[in-house]
Design a protein around this ligand. Structure first.
Ligand code: SF4
Length: 493
């Protein structure tokens, strides 16, 4: 047994790893290189750092503890402040007990020498798995002779609306959690010892299971799952709407071994039949009937949106989906297609120019077709509320929206969709020649990352031009894909 490992420093996040899966802790200590290295590369949506910086700005007069040259120095600096009667907020306070070093987002004085622990999160509510971290912090604080009067998760209040630039008072809401934690914190000592024992011993023989994705997706999924026997070609997990869970619970993994009569609904039976026979399910009459009422000129519409934890534009809420791009193909009854689009990637509020472009490019009559149209509808109605002078035209567009997704789901299934009716899953089964392969942006998440890169002050004009073209090509492909899917659904061959 390794003496150093027995006494290795642990942090709240390492202890949370142990609670999720002992092997995750062991791998993170001994072979971190086996984890998913892609996380955190390039622009990302991790907003926790941004909201922490903002909470500090909203509490002037506090002191931030730097980990310079290392965490132990941060512990000493914090201890020095506490021992000398410091009575202002301390940010990133560092405490140590029994080899466990914790950083506390905010340690806030509450009077009479007592303190409040505040952990800051970019989510819109407190989540159960945050409690492990705070329980560890509470245990360390209690054993550092600190009087803790309360503990809270400070998260985003989703009802906040940015009224004026830089005015973020009211963006955060505290959920009190100390009452939930006192008993949990008292058990930390046993958990810390067990975690240390895992680190000091050989790799645990934990088999992959539900813990791999709960409460968070483990970074070692690729490593651990590689040692499992290969999946069947057609696993039960292709059954839609989580239909495979019931079979997995009975140790049935191969869809082809299931008796279709044991399936609980028509959609699952359809997926089973298309998979076992290799023949797509196609109700051409059903598709034609569903689309017969879609008046010409038809506008095929697709949005790309961005959502920020900390709203950037006046009148927006946290995580509000703001459209920064759309593609619109307008199709006449004769089959002629006209393409128009809108894109705003300079960081300015895109809503007004987007609303104006919608009004300009979408004809006054005819169906407006989207894939999962409730999303586009919500965005357009939000724009109508924001711009009363365009409300009539925007509401008319929203009223004429129809949805290609349920028509596809009801009338088409090819086994290569593998249980999904997303446009990216359906397109290769209806028109393999039309795909996303040659594009620099290939999905919605990549589009959002491209947007973030473009609005960054570090991005050059030349690079922004490249992103502009990549985004236009991607969004335009989405509306082309919808046309291809609708066309195939209405043809018998
Ligand atoms: S992938 Fe699953 S089994 Fe492997 S370390 Fe992570 S949680 Fe544990």
């Amino acid at each position: 047994m390794n003496t150093r490992s027995q006494r290795s420093n642990l942090s709240p996040s390492k202890i949370a790893m142990f609670e999720q899966c002992p092997k995750r802790l062991w791998l993170s200590e001994h072979h971190p290189e086996l984890g998913d290295q892609n996380e955190g590369v390039g622009p990302s949506f991790n907003s926790d750092d941004e909201v922490r910086a903002l909470t500090r700005r909203l509490m002037p007069g506090g002191k931030r503890i730097e980990a310079d040259p290392d965490l132990r120095a941060a512990v000493e600096t914090t201890r020095g402040l506490l021992d000398n009667g410091y009575d202002r907020p301390i940010f990133a306070a560092a405490l140590e007990h029994d080899g466990v070093i914790v950083r506390i987002d905010i340690l806030e004085p509450t009077g009479n020498g007592a303190w409040r622990i505040v952990e800051v999160k970019s989510s819109t509510r407190s989540k159960r798995h945050y409690l492990s971290n705070v329980a560890t912090i509470l245990w360390v604080a209690d054993n550092s002779q600190l009087t803790i009067s309360s503990a809270a998760i400070r998260h985003i209040d989703s009802s906040f609306v940015l009224e004026s630039e830089g005015e973020y008072i009211g963006l955060f809401k505290d959920t009190e959690i100390k009452a939930d934690l006192t008993k949990v914190a008292a058990k930390r000592i046993k958990i810390v010892r067990a975690a240390r024992s895992v680190v000091a011993n050989a790799e645990p023989d934990t088999q992959p299971g539900f813990q791999c994705n709960a409460p968070v997706t483990c970074e070692f999924v690729g490593y651990c799952h590689a040692s499992l026997p290969p999946e069947p070609d057609w696993p039960v997990t292709v059954l839609p709407h989580g239909g495979g869970k019931r079979w997995l619970a009975q140790n049935v993994t191969d869809l082809l071994t299931i008796n279709p009569e044991d399936l609980t609904n028509e959609l699952q039976r359809r997926v089973h039949q298309a998979t076992t026979t290799g023949e797509p399910f196609h109700d051409v009459e059903g598709a034609r009937l569903a689309m017969a009422g879609w008046a010409y000129p038809r506008t095929w519409l697709d949005f790309e949106t961005i959502a920020f934890a900390v709203p950037r534009w006046i009148g927006t809420r946290p995580y509000q989906q703001v459209p920064f791009q759309f593609s619109a193909h307008v199709e006449t009854i004769e089959g002629a297609l006209d393409h128009g689009d809108f894109l705003s990637i300079d960081g300015a509020d895109p809503r007004r120019p987007c609303a104006e472009a919608l009004v300009k490019l979408i004809p006054l009559t005819g169906a407006v077709i989207a894939y999962n149209a409730s999303f586009e509808k919500r965005c357009i109605l939000e724009l109508a509320t924001n711009f009363p002078d365009l409300k009539g035209e925007l509401s008319s567009i929203a009223d004429r929206l129809v949805d290609l997704l349920p028509v596809t789901r009801a009338n088409w299934y090819h086994r290569d969709q593998r249980g999904s009716w997303s446009i990216k899953a359906v397109l290769p089964t209806v028109d393999p020649g039309l795909n996303y392969d040659g594009l620099d942006v290939r999905d919605g998440k990549a589009a959002q990352l491209a947007y973030l890169e473009s609005v960054s002050t570090d991005t050059t004009a030349d690079r922004r031009q490249v992103i502009d073209q990549a985004l236009r090509a991607y969004c335009g492909r989405d509306t082309q894909a919808m046309i291809a899917v609708a066309s195939r659904l209405c043809r018998s061959r």
